[in-house]
Design a protein around this ligand. Sequence first.
Ligand code: AMP
Length: 220
Amino acid sequence: MKKQLIFIGPPACGKGTQTIMLSKKLNLPHIDTGALIRDVIKSQTEDGIIAKKYIDEGKLVPPEIVANIIKNRLLKDDCKDGAILDGFPRSLEQAQTLDEINNTFFKDDDVQMMAIYFDVDRNVLMERIINRRSCPKCKKIYNLKFAPPKNTNVCDVDGETLIQRDDDTYEIALKRFNTYENETKPLVEFFENRNQLYKIDANGKVDEIFEKLLKIVEEN
Ligand code: AMP
């Protein structure tokens, strides 16, 4: 069986942290769509130049660019037992694309899809975004206010200088919230109608949320 775990939630809801932990625990690859898009941007290809314009405006990158990235990633060997999809699908159109990929390339596999919705108190999210930093090497995520590193601006694990994402500014975050409400949130109802939705109260401590998440995944 191929398990596809999909994560839905507003920007900075904590799904990045949780999906990295889950990936290690379940031994399934963590597919971070935003990070893959940022890699394409760094490569300065035509797609990268286009993608940058959208990311800088807090908008979804055009569907054909994302579909290509995801398809190529899901076809890799390490996804044979499934994958943790962090940030894809992010619209109804992308949910359809995922179905198409599965029907085309994995029609002989028994694909089990679970969509996990992170329900979180919106008031804290902007604070989380503008204080978010991460390690460019090990990808560990910190928050200068809520989960700071031991030494100022340095990763606890490998001593790298922490970085801030270009789109983690107040202005771009406002647009990202808007995009989430208009384009991504409808996926909650979509997966609910397919009996594939699992809701999780994502307020509270990282370890407590992870325990709840693991329970949902292991029991279903
Ligand atoms: P994230 O790292 O998940 O917060 O995503 C950062 C940005 O990457 C988003 O604001 C979008 O511009 C872009 N992005 C990430 N995932 C997708 C997706 N599935 N479809 C289109 N754009 C995406």
